[in-house]
Design a protein around this ligand. Structure first.
Ligand code: AR6
Length: 172
């Protein structure tokens, strides 16, 4: 079974096989984690994303889906890009947030990797309430069948680390 670990830190510094990027459908960059990954990983990641857009993902990566590219100069070997849902007060989009974690693990299994670092998808610019984002993230990873040995949530600040720790404690 996958071991879920939590660290406070920067996902671009993680010594893991793959890091998950909270991207947008364009795959062509943005703010937050996406910006940090492209900045630190260098131009090869954007080149790979552009190639995907020129090929199989001409319409962009749909919300809830995942796709892998090189990780460029990051310590990781791969970036697995996912597109989280934008938070909505009037519509339940939690299945799409769960799907990001399930699909990222599916892609990780296809790549044959053992360790994957995840950010708190949708919990930044996309406005998902932190406690709920943490609960969905941790529960999705714990129930998804996978060959990945370590799923490491990398939380950028104290508030998100506390939310994820609370969610993990509640599920263990
Ligand atoms: N390492 C780990 N976590 C980080 C880092 C980092 N280097 N930087 C930010 N976070 P966000 P979203 C945290 O906004 O909500 C982008 O523009 C951040 O504090 O990156 O899914 C994309 O292109 C927050 O807890 O992703 C999309 O347009 C979490 O990562 C859009 O934002 C997610 O915040 C996606 O929004």
């Amino acid at each position: 079974m996958v071991e879920v670990t939590l660290v406070r830190g920067d996902i671009t510094e993680q010594d893991v096989d793959a890091v998950v990027n909270a991207a947008n459908s364009s795959l062509l960059g943005g703010g937050g984690v996406d910006c940090a990954i492209h900045r630190r990983g260098g131009p090869d990641i954007l080149a790979a994303c552009r190639a995907l857009r020129a090929g199989t993902l001409g319409g962009g990566l749909p919300t809830g889906r995942a796709v892998a590219t090189t990780a460029g100069r990051l310590p990781a070997r791969y970036v697995i890009h996912v597109v989280g849902p934008v938070w909505s007060d009037v519509q339940d989009r939690s299945h799409l947030l769960r799907s990001c974690y399930e699909q990222a693990l599916r892609v990780a299994d296809e790549l044959g990797v053992a360790s994957v670092a995840f950010p708190a998808v949708s919990a930044g610019a996309y406005g998902w309430p932190l406690d709920d984002a943490a609960r969905i993230a941790v529960s999705s990873v714990l129930i998804t069948p996978t060959s990945v040995r370590e799923a490491r949530f990398v939380l950028f600040d104290n508030a998100s680390h506390t939310a994820f720790q609370t969610a993990l404690d509640a599920l263990r």
